[in-house]
Design a protein around this ligand. Sequence first.
Ligand SMILES: C[S@@+](CC[C@H](N)C(=O)[O-])C[C@H]1O[C@@H](n2cnc3c(N)ncnc32)[C@H](O)[C@@H]1O
Length: 250
Amino acid sequence: MLLAHATHRRREYFFAHPEQQLTDIEWLHYGRYLHQRLQGRPTQYITGRQEFYGREFKVDARALIPRPETEHLIEAVLPRAAGAPLIVDVGCGSGAIAVTLALELPQARVIASDISWAALQLARENAAALGANAAFVAGDLLAAVKAVSVDIVVSNPPYVAAESRAELATEVRDWEPSLALFGGADGFEITARLLPDAARVLRPGGLLVMEMGAGQWAAHEQKAAAYFTDIEPLFDLAGIHRALMARRKS
Ligand SMILES: C[S@@+](CC[C@H](N)C(=O)[O-])C[C@H]1O[C@@H](n2cnc3c(N)ncnc32)[C@H](O)[C@@H]1O
């Protein structure tokens, strides 16, 4: 991937042209990228790109690199988004979720929020580059959303326990924004506030789809029961409880 990036070619090209010699300038770029990678910088921050739900998103240190597991949230929302739903993506980061939903659901009105101005700027750039129509607002969780008739709240919030920081891969811990990763000491600080905040803005019967970390299902299911009904897990390809789906109580 780094070689392809350094030479502005697709990866397949190198299988078809193994005899290809690099120019001096290509060697320079390739060497620089390898050096950055050896220092731990994630490949996506070097190439500046990550695919999400079949589209290429610009990524850099302003936001988390979108993960394939998060595509399950899109798969959960799409069949449940009839008509012209009002959708809010909380903690939009690069805009992967909000931009994808805006493009997949042209009738929907999509609002994306984040507490990070830098992340919001990146999300706006991705929306513009991909031609998505979404509104971006800065604020703590849903503070900037005054509507109380939201149809769908979707979120991949920070949920890693700061206590387990040392267990994270260094390329995550040392390179991705801490604000995007950590949900307080135990990992539940943001989601414990997000559940009532989502309940505040959702219409009765409105849908919450919230990603979570491995091992967090039982606690989230219990906390969500105060505001939500029809609480169901979404499993990722490894069979891990990856997200919670629930309906706002009437
Ligand atoms: C795990 S990242 C998810 C980014 C993106 N949605 C994705 O799935 O790739 C969490 C995001 O939540 C934002 N965030 C953290 N605390 C927040 C808060 N209190 N209110 C709103 N957003 C917050 C971070 O800045 C970060 O962009």
